[in-house]
Design a protein around this ligand. Sequence first.
Ligand SMILES: N[C@@H](CCC(=O)N[C@@H](CS)C(=O)NCC(=O)O)C(=O)O
Length: 254
Amino acid sequence: MKYEALETIIKSDGLRIVLVQGFPSPWGQAAKAMIEYKGLLYRVAPQLAGEENTELLEWSGVNSGPVVAWDALAPINRWEDILFLLERLAPRKGLLPEPQKDRAHCLGLSHIICGELGLGWNRRLSMFKPILDSGEAPTGVQNMADKYGYNSEDVAKADRRVCKTLEMLADILRKQNHDGSRFFIGEQVTAVDFYWTAFSNLCSIMPAELCPLDSTIRPMFENVSEEVRSAIDPVLIEHRDFIMKEYFKVPMEL
Ligand SMILES: N[C@@H](CCC(=O)N[C@@H](CS)C(=O)NCC(=O)O)C(=O)O
């Protein structure tokens, strides 16, 4: 993967994705892995974490990553819009099951992982806490805290909410394993398998061989409370290792 200037990819056509450069930002890494799994060609440009990203904002209406664009369509940024675009572009390697019950289950679990007040959101609140508590938060972190709903009430509940989600995901996987499947839903890979794998990095960061994160950034990801650490059932890590090996490009490209 080669980052190109944002200006260049704005002017080009086809599929483009803007990723948070240098971070295993799970929304972007999951989208990138799904694009690659589906065999879609893409170009990529960087978003700079915590910075103004003015050009990105002007083009897409947001200054976060990921942003995805297809031909002349307006750029999109929400995980479900990105997923549905990818499904339209490469329906044969579908990541949303057809049966309605499974589809609802898949979208519900995806929302619990990727959505507002979901797993990623709550882990981010907990990751910001020590930095903001220090009273010396860099401007970039303060910007992100303001943008992503940092408030004392939700911060106080974040770890508990994460644990509840991890417990539920582990229960589902145990039941699936018992029924002979290595996936969250049915017997085939779905979007949830990609999301959990990418978001697991916020709870249990992968080793450097799989996720070559700069050593100055890694400690922020390693800072996981004992409460959350003990809710990471081995079945969750076995699943993400399997999905990484079979469905992601390794090592992750940041
Ligand atoms: N738009 C995504 C979430 C985007 C998001 O949370 N992006 C974060 C990932 S950590 C980001 O861009 N952080 C860097 C920044 O805001 O500067 C969605 O809701 O589906």
